[in-house]
Design a protein around this ligand. Structure first.
Ligand SMILES: Nc1ncnc2c1ncn2[C@@H]1O[C@H](COP(=O)(O)OP(=O)(O)O)[C@@H](O)[C@H]1O
Ligand SMILES: [Mg+2]
Length: 621
């Protein structure tokens, strides 16, 4: 589905400068200091990993095996060096007295083979768990797009939502799983190497262990900074995506007005902001590595110095010393990786945080439980009482002000008025795409809020000025999600006066119409939307400038279809061409959110008010 059309500039607030009084979830990422710690955020992710415990257990086993194999190499050095390259009894394994000469090279190969296999198990099991979790998270996010409060689409851009649902989740979980792999593999390696070192020479080991707190502190400071930079980067990516989104949607406008340079400059600003942040992130990452390396090297130097002194006093054998240093050097790599692990964790958490925020803090739409008894059709009695609709804060003028209106079942009511009068706002209230700021709206005497949302929306067919088509066949766009009924589809296409066009398509109604039907003319798109409304056969019909894109000839043809469709239904019709609404039972003239006059065409003309004025304006030309 295409993104909502938005004006190219102005109109929408730039992200970060939101109006007062909007709900909390709109504050997206910017500037919010993480209140809870990393752990509590990770805990929020746990439910998505349900049922993957076995994978972690298997991965843990693999990691332990891999670590044992890694230290095995150090242990092999003891008999090798102490025996002066000859086979001698192994000191630490009492019942392996005289290994044959070939045993050591063979053992080496076996150790590496085992380590490789174990490493594979770790990578596979964790990736499996991660992908399972990503799948769940993504499904929940998409469900939230489907059931989220309409306000969500006002406050977050299409590109930003797409970014969260598609890229942030994938990237975030991948980062976290990479970190989990490191944690699992490298902590076992560290344990195994430390164990080896303790067994070989516990005094030297203690010297190295003393550096732990310093490394820990470095990691924490760095992790916080990384988290902050990542959150800022998300906002920067959103801004960049937003510029692209607008320029893709409005490419014609941009070219016609020749404002490519302005757009390029906008893009550059966002693009450079992102580059700055990524460089910051690199600097942070590139600083922490040498610092931890320096700490590790200091520890090693101290250990070597002490070992030299120990060996001069005869406290250790040559083989044990070489094995110890081997283990200590080998320890440095997993330790460094562990010290780096805070970066992917904070990056990953920051990425999925917005996704979790969307699930937990963006409210879903809520409806009631009322639904009409079988066959589920409302009579179509609409009543508005004291309805006020105000966008944004109280300082804004109301789009609808204390409006009272009754539309009887089967009645056709036309809404006229200058643009911005509140006509679209009024009809958008009925299927609850908007909720009024004050007042009550009932359908068949039942408050809209008490209606089950699905049941409520089944009562409306809506054709608006803005037609969004799905990248599917013509027929699928007509029956739209309901089981296909070729005969009914054909009838709808005939009624919408669209068969002349459809029959010229290579596969008729089964022709794919492409991305948002861009190959169709405005009139064809609108007639397709009318066919969709005819097919839906709902008791209440809303036409919001439904024929605005049609030329007079096709409008006249569609008009007949619409009139047939309108019979026996409650209809709210907004049309810019007054000729199309002259036959309405009642005409309501709206101005600045208020009803200024109502009556039949003849009455209003006689009255000489707003309607008469609009009428004269239109027919003079
Ligand atoms: N989502 C929105 N956010 C803020 N203001 C809005 C929104 N939708 C409509 N408005 C404002 O409400 C008023 C009525 O708009 P609308 O109902 O679209 O008028 P029209 O009669 O032309 O259909 C206008 O002043 C418009 O700026
Ligand atoms: Mg409108």
């Amino acid at each position: 589905m295409s993104a909502p059309r938005t004006p190219l500039c102005g109109a929408r607030l730039p992200r970060g400068s939101r109006k007062v009084g909007e709900p909390h979830f709109l504050e997206s990422a910017e500037g919010r200091i993480p209140a809870a710690g990393l752990l509590s955020k990770l805990r929020l992710l746990l439910p998505y990993f349900a049922g993957t415990r076995w994978a972690f257990a298997l991965g843990g086993l693999g990691a332990a095996l891999a670590a044992v194999c890694e230290t095995g190499v150090a242990w092999l050095l003891v008999p090798l060096v102490d025996g002066g390259m000859k086979a001698i009894p192994i000191k630490f394994i009492a019942d392996l007295p005289h290994p044959p000469l070939w045993a050591i090279p063979v053992a080496l190969v076996v150790l590496f083979a085992l380590r490789g296999a174990a490493g594979f198990v770790v990578d596979y099991t964790l990736a499996w768990a991660a992908n399972a979790a990503t799948l769940r998270l993504r499904s929940q996010l998409f469900s939230r797009l489907l059931d989220g409060h309409p306000q969500l689409f006002v406050t977050r851009s299409a590109s930003s939502l797409m970014n969260t649902v598609v890229y942030e989740v994938l990237g975030g979980v991948n980062q976290l799983v990479g970190a989990a792999q490191t944690l699992l593999k490298d902590s076992f390696s560290v344990i195994a190497f430390l164990g080896t070192m303790l067994l070989l020479n516990w005094k030297l080991t203690l010297v190295i262990a003393a550096l732990g707190p310093a490394v820990g502190y470095t990691m924490r400071v760095f992790g916080r900074r990384m988290h902050r930079i990542t959150k800022e980067s998300q906002v920067a990516v959103d801004r960049l995506g937003y510029v692209v989104e607008e320029n893709v949607m409005a490419w014609r406008t941009v070219r016609l007005h020749g404002v490519q340079d302005v757009q390029r400059a906008r893009f550059e600003v966002s693009s450079k902001a992102l580059r700055r942040l990524l460089m910051k992130s690199t600097v942070a990452g590139a600083t922490v590595t040498p610092v931890t390396q320096l700490l590790t090297a200091t520890a090693l130097a101290a250990a070597i110095g002490m070992a030299l002194w120990q060996s001069s006093t005869g406290g250790t054998t040559m083989g044990a010393f070489v094995a110890f240093i081997t283990a200590a050097v080998a320890l440095a790599t997993p330790l460094r990786r562990l010290s780096d692990v805070s970066a992917p964790i904070s990056r990953g958490v920051a990425s999925v945080e917005r996704a979790l925020d969307l699930i937990h803090n963006a409210p879903a739409e809520t409806g009631g439980s009322y639904a009409p008894g079988a066959p589920g059709r409302a009579r179509g009695e609409v009543a508005l009482r004291g309805v006020t609709m105000r966008f944004g804060d109280a300082a804004n003028p109301a789009a609808l002000a204390d409006l009272n209106l009754d539309v009887h079942a089967g009645e056709t009511v036309a809404l006229v008025g200058p643009s911005g009068a509140g006509k679209s706002t009024l009809v958008n209230l009925l299927p609850r795409f908007l909720d009024p700021s004050a007042g009550s709206i009932t359908l068949d005497g039942v408050e809209l809020k008490q209606w089950n949302l699905h049941a409520l929306r089944e009562q409306f067919a809506l054709v608006s000025q803005e037609v969004v088509l799905f990248n599917d066949t013509v027929a699928a766009n007509v029956c739209f999600g309901t089981p296909a009924d070729p005969a009914r589809t054909r009838a709808a296409l005939v009624a919408a006066n669209l068969t002349d066009f459809v029959d010229t398509l290579p596969q008729g109604a089964d022709t794919l119409i492409g991305h948002n039907g861009t190959q169709l003319s405005g009139g064809q798109r609108q007639r397709l939307a009318i066919a969709r409304a005819i097919y839906k056969d709902a008791p209440i019909l809303i036409l919001d400038e439904a024929t605005s894109a049609l030329d007079s000839e096709s409008e006249r043809l569609v008009q007949q279809a619409l009139e047939a469709l309108m019979k026996g239904r409650t209809c709210l019709v907004i049309a810019h061409r007054l000729s199309t609404i002259a036959r309405a039972h009642r005409i309501i003239a709206l101005e600045a959110g208020r009803i200024v006059e109502q009556g039949s065409h003849a009455e209003l003309l006689a009255h000489g008010g707003l309607y008469a004025r609009l009428h004269t304006l239109q027919f003079r030309s």
